[in-house]
Write a protein of this length. Structure first.
Length: 399
């Protein structure tokens, strides 16, 4: 870690990395909720995608306010605000479960989404900047590995609870536990000091306020391309996770309880391992080269799933998890690398991109309802293609 993180920033890096686990866990629960609400509330696949749409609408609407607050008040205040919103949304599941009201659940998920975007807007650039720019992508991939750990544990723990006969599917229980834990984290972060990242004199002179910062970002072709690439990545990653259980159960491959376990330890376990491995690889190989290879493989994997070719398609699904693992932190780091003092605002724009997950999940659900779960993977295949174009353009610019 000492090679990736400046010595004086090791403790802040550890604290910030704990947040990656927290929002990974919260976002992965959504993948279980789709199937759970389809059955407990008797709704269609398309209707269940409102779970992602509502959560990521919170990201979209609150990303810029989060960036402005963090710019003015600092990283720690942004983190504490996010944790408090996260806890409030989680505890709203108590009345939601009492009335078994889908609208109340959606309001709760929207509040959680608002909290998560504060956490991600603060933590992603903070982790990226705790060291040399040359190792930013590798450092962010290392922090994001703990996001992967949260993603692994959520489906198996929450899915195992909800899909067991003994629990009666009381969704309020896991969310109450999570809300309480997040409140404790908010107290801890309110009492620790996170040092603000220092910036160069040239970056400081170039700062002329938030409006000028935003204008300078939109004039940057790399930023615009990276923003769209990250949006398309979110379309692919979130939609595949959201409908994994539906895909795994659609042809009798496995039942929903087994699918939750496979999603956790198989797909998301592979995702986490690949992210750790990717962090190591990118300490030796240029990030844009790794991103290009991974984009090629994800396009191939998603196309293989659409072919509905038995185990070839199933292997393609897992290839998507393995090769998409480094995409978010790598695209993020490559996009903000020259943002200077505008990095907090750049991060807030980039954290609007999870709304792509709502778009992708809706399109996949709609396609699945009218064709098949296999053919619905044409949506992430196209989205991965955009990431491939982004990676290719950066490689060409380096020549």
């Amino acid at each position: 870690m000492s090679r990736l993180v400046k010595r004086q920033y090791i403790i802040p890096f550890i604290l910030i990395t704990s947040l990656f686990f927290t929002w990974g866990f919260a976002r992965a629960i959504l993948d279980v909720l789709n199937k759970h609400f389809q059955e407990s509330l008797s709704i269609s696949i398309t209707q269940s995608t409102l779970i992602q749409a509502t959560t990521y609408l919170g990201y979209f609407l609150m990303a810029l306010p989060a960036g402005i607050l963090i710019t003015r008040l600092g990283y720690r205040n942004g983190v504490v605000t996010g944790l408090l919103l996260f806890a409030a949304g989680s505890l709203l599941f108590i009345p939601g479960a009492g009335y078994m009201s889908f609208p109340i659940f959606l309001v709760a998920l929207f509040v959680i989404g608002c909290g998560l975007v504060f956490l991600e807007t603060a933590a992603n650039p903070y982790a990226a900047e705790l060291g040399d720019k040359a190792t930013a992508a590798s450092r962010l991939n290392l922090a994001q590995s703990f996001n992967g750990l949260g993603c692994i544990l959520a489906p198996v723990l929450v899915g195992g609870f909800l899909f067991s006969e003994e629990s009666n599917g009381n969704i309020a229980v896991p969310y109450t536990i999570m809300g309480t834990a997040v409140l404790i984290m908010a107290i801890v972060f309110s009492r620790v000091k996170l040092p603000e990242i220092t910036i160069s004199d040239s970056d400081r002179r170039n700062d002329e306020g938030i409006s000028k910062s935003i204008a300078s970002l939109w004039k940057n072709p790399r930023f615009r391309a990276g923003l769209f690439a990250l949006f398309c990545y979110e379309i692919a990653e979130i939609s595949i996770n959201s409908l994994f259980i539906n895909y795994a159960t659609s042809d009798g491959w496995m039942d929903k309880a087994a699918a939750s376990v496979v999603l956790s330890f198989g797909a998301l376990g592979l995702f986490m391992a690949a992210r750790v491995g990717g962090s190591w690889i990118m300490s030796k190989v240029a990030a844009e080269k790794v991103l290009f290879v991974c984009a090629v493989m994800t396009v191939a994997g998603a196309v293989a799933v659409t072919m509905d070719a038995g185990w070839v398609s199933k292997a393609g699904l897992f290839a998507c998890y393995a090769f998409e693992a480094i995409m978010f932190p790598t695209i993020f780091a490559l996009t903000i690398v020259n943002a200077g003092k505008s990095v907090k605002m750049a991060s807030s724009f980039l954290m609007m991109t999870p709304i792509g997950g709502a778009v992708g999940t809706f399109l996949m659900g709609l396609t699945a309802d009218h064709t098949s779960m296999s053919f619905a993977f044409i949506v992430p295949a196209i989205a991965y293609g955009v990431v491939l174009i982004f990676a290719s353009s950066i490689l060409k610019s380096k020549k």
